[in-house]
Design a protein around this ligand. Structure first.
Ligand code: NAD
Ligand code: UDP
Length: 338
């Protein structure tokens, strides 16, 4: 069984569907701190397959150990963690405790049970205020907030773990900006509270939860003055995890891969594409830059293509159409289903 921690969340749920559809046996572990049981129900609905769900907190060492005692787990994809940059600044201790202690518990128990294949959700945030784009995996890494520090620390912890025991196979996947949703409109991003990221905010504007979008800065040295990012469809990202798992099944080592499309799009590119593809209006105001933002961050993904034969296939239009389809079908997120 492949254990998916955080499998009820946005990226984990899409990866669970991809794995079930590809015939893998999986188990999902989540404490539902940032997700709903409804996403587990929808994973089963979409795949017409069953998989066990463990409602467990990674901080609960004994409960986690029991899962490993009672199931034949041979690898882990580890998504579980807190992920809001702004919240991490106001709640650093909660972020360090959840993300770091949760990962330490997981790795200690994996070692005890001789499970040594791990795919970890890192982030492009580890490139900090990158000066050169596109970024390659060997560029210097740093953190600009507690959330980013947890990713950096976990990458270091996993590197040290591999140095201590070369029997491990670990993939560190640095995601760029995941957006989009399942093509059915049944599974998507279901953020709690007011989201900070651009696509969920665009979705809030088009479904009337927000009056208008705020564009944070039009004076960057980019093609239209707004920030440039590497948006990647969550379905491509899900496939990237299957590729990483295959790599871990084949080779021992610790491997780091950028997962993006390699193309940088600006805030205006995203807004205009979304408006055109979905035939909607997106009113906006222009405000000063958001502190801590870089002008431009996009990936060089050639290493993932070369070593894992993985490459993103879906473009910005698919991402915009699929994000909107989910929002239209689920204007109140997963709460609609009740
Ligand atoms: P998400 O919040 O939707 O999913 C994370 C899941 O982990 C949630 O379902 C939450 O309930 C669960 N969880 C959190 N702490 C837990 C704990 N202690 N025990 C058990 N479950 C716990 O987030 P996502 O967007 O799917 O992101 C998944 C991973 O990818 C995270 O580690 C995130 O930091 C990383 N990542 C996300 C993005 C992004 O923009 N979405 C970008 C780069 C990296
Ligand atoms: N952004 C914006 N308005 C918003 C949210 C984001 O102008 O309401 C901009 C932000 O400044 C950045 C880009 O959109 O240039 C992507 O931001 P997001 O938070 O989605 O991703 P990140 O900056 O963490 O890569």
């Amino acid at each position: 069984m492949i254990l998916i921690t955080g499998g009820a969340g946005f990226i984990g749920s899409h990866t669970a569907v991809a794995l079930l559809n590809a015939g893998y046996e999986i188990g999902i572990l989540d404490n539902l701190s940032n997700s709903k049981y409804e996403s587990i129900r929808r994973i089963k609905q979409l795949t017409e397959k069953e998989c066990p769900f463990f409602e467990i907190d990674l901080l609960d060492y004994l409960a986690l150990d029991r899962i490993f005692c009672e199931n034949k787990i041979d690898s882990v994809i580890h998504f579980a963690g807190f992920k809001a940059v702004g919240e991490s600044v106001s709640k650093p201790l909660e972020y360090y405790h959840n993300n770091i202690t949760g990962t330490l518990n997981l790795c200690r128990i994996m070692r005890e049970h001789n499970v040594k294949k791990l795919v970890f959700s890192s982030s492009a945030t580890v490139y900090g205020l990158a000066k050169v784009v596109p970024v390659t995996e060997d560029m210097p890494i740093s953190a600009t907030n507690p959330y980013g520090s947890t990713k950096l620390m976990i990458e270091n912890i996993l590197n040290d773990l591999f140095v201590s025991d070369n029997d491990w196979s670990i993939a560190l996947l640095r995601y760029f900006n995941p957006i989009g949703a399942h093509k059915s409109g049944i599974l998507g991003e279901n953020p709690n509270g007011i989201p900070n990221n651009l696509m969920p905010r665009i979705c809030n504007v088009v479904n009337g939860k927000m009056d208008k979008l705020t564009i944070w800065g039009t004076d960057y040295a980019t093609h239209d003055g707004t920030g440039v990012r590497d948006y990647i469809h969550v379905l491509d990202l899900a496939d990237g995890h299957i590729a990483a798992l295959n790599k871990c099944n084949k080779d021992k080592g610790i491997f780091t891969y950028n997962l993006g499309t390699g193309i940088g799009y600006s805030v205006f590119d995203l807004i205009n594409t979304f408006a055109r593809v979905n035939n909607v209006n997106i009113p906006y105001d222009v405000c000063p830059r958001r502190p801590g933002d870089v002008a431009s961050l996009y990936a060089d993904c050639s290493k993932a293509e070369k070593e894992m034969s993985w490459k993103a296939k879906l473009g910005l239009e698919d991402m915009c159409a699929d994000s909107y389809k989910f929002v239209k079908k689920n204007p109140k997120g997963y709460e609609d289903s009740k």
